[in-house]
Design a protein around this ligand. Structure first.
Ligand code: UT7
Length: 326
């Protein structure tokens, strides 16, 4: 009996690193406030001209190499992103062309921070229908293009990064994808949103640049994030046939260190069982989970036998969780 498995992972981020001290010079903020309230010390921010595929392609190549799968063998590419290179074609099609993945179908999933696990959920369903498929799931964002550098309540929080995983079916293999659970609530969409660039607020010569920027009611989002990540994690664990007690590692969305610590407390796990890289990346939206997964794999944070819980929350509102058996 073949299992659905993560065959390989990869990630990439701009080499331009912006520290809290850099931000102190351009807005009314401090390293002390940012570290205490969020846990972020620095983030990667694109230079002018850099775009999504510049990072999605190296992340994908790293994941393909780790998987031992050729780009030409890919059947499907799913990009969880709201910042592809262009509104059309889809980010997955841009990546397909650059990889030479001629056999693949490409599609994007627009679920903000939850894009990667939503992508895994779609991949899981495809693989249940056709176990011969090889699927590349990418998650990431050039979120800095939507930051107002005069708004300290959002600008200090986010960064640019992209991660990827190749998923397929294998027998007697580790890194099994045991279950995925997802959810959303569009009624709360205005708690975290970008007004413009959609059909409701198209770009005209009178376009208000403020409509290009992320707006967030941070405190409200904070509460919803914890509640929904706990609920959806429990749903995914139930589907996978595990209890919270059996979870040995957690890879949480990297939006706020205080949220990560509260999740660890809820799940009764010590912080050394929880993967954290928010200090170096900030919140890269759909990038947080696949980048953290890749770093957790490559640093041997994950070891064979681990029961891994990944959970995420974002604009939409959207939320998701996945359970892996490493
Ligand atoms: O990925 C999607 C999911 N996103 C999240 O989960 C984010 C959830 N929310 C949060 O992480 C937190 O709510 C924030 C980090 C966004 C904000 O932290 P907070 O502790 O909720 O702060 P606050 O918004 O209540 O603001 C407290 C004070 C305010 O000053 P006053 O009104 O008390 O004088 C803010 O103006 O902190 C001030 N403030 C800042 N001060 C220095 C807000 N941002 C900054 C800043 N630097 N960057």
């Amino acid at each position: 009996m073949k299992d659905i498995v993560i065959l390989g992972t990869g990630s990439a981020a701009p080499d331009n690193v912006v520290t809290n001290f850099d931000l102190e010079k351009i807005m009314d903020t401090s390293d002390e406030w940012i570290v205490q309230r969020t846990g972020i010390k620095s983030r990667h921010i694109v230079r002018p001209g850099e775009k999504f595929s510049d990072f999605a392609v190296p992340a994908a190549l790293q994941a393909l190499a780790a998987a031992g799968v050729e780009a030409a063998e890919l059947d499907l590419i799913i990009c969880g992103t709201m910042t592809p290179d262009h509104l059309m074609p889809a980010g997955a099609c841009s990546v397909q062309a650059l990889l030479g993945a001629t056999k693949a179908t490409g599609m994007d999933v627009c679920a903000a921070c939850s894009g990667f696990i939503y992508g895994l959920s779609i991949a899981e369903k495809y693989l249940k229908c056709d176990p011969e498929m090889h699927i590349l799931v990418i998650g990431g964002e050039i979120v800095s293009h939507h930051l107002d550098w005069e708004d300290r309540t959002t600008a200090v929080l986010f960064g640019d990064a992209v991660g990827a995983a190749v998923v397929g079916c294998r027998e007697n293999y580790g890194s099994k994808l045991k279950a995925v659970a997802t959810g959303s609530d569009g009624n709360l969409g205005r708690l975290l949103y970008i007004e413009g660039l959609g059909s409701a607020t198209p770009v005209t010569k009178d376009f208000n640049i403020d409509d290009n920027y992320i707006k967030m009611q941070g405190r409200e989002i904070f509460k919803h994030a914890i509640r929904n990540m706990v609920d959806v994690s429990n749903q995914a664990l139930e589907k996978a046939g595990y209890t919270v007690d059996q979870v040995t590692k957690i890879i949480p969305h990297q939006a706020n260190m205080r949220i990560i610590e509260m999740l660890a407390k809820q799940f009764k796990k010590p912080m050394d069982k929880v993967f954290v890289n928010i200090d170096r990346y900030g919140n890269s939206s759909a990038g947080t989970i696949p980048v953290a997964l890749n770093e957790a794999v490559r640093s041997n944070f994950l070891v064979p036998g681990d029961v891994v819980l990944m959970t995420v929350f974002g604009g939409g509102l959207t939320w998701a969780a996945a359970v892996l058996e490493w």
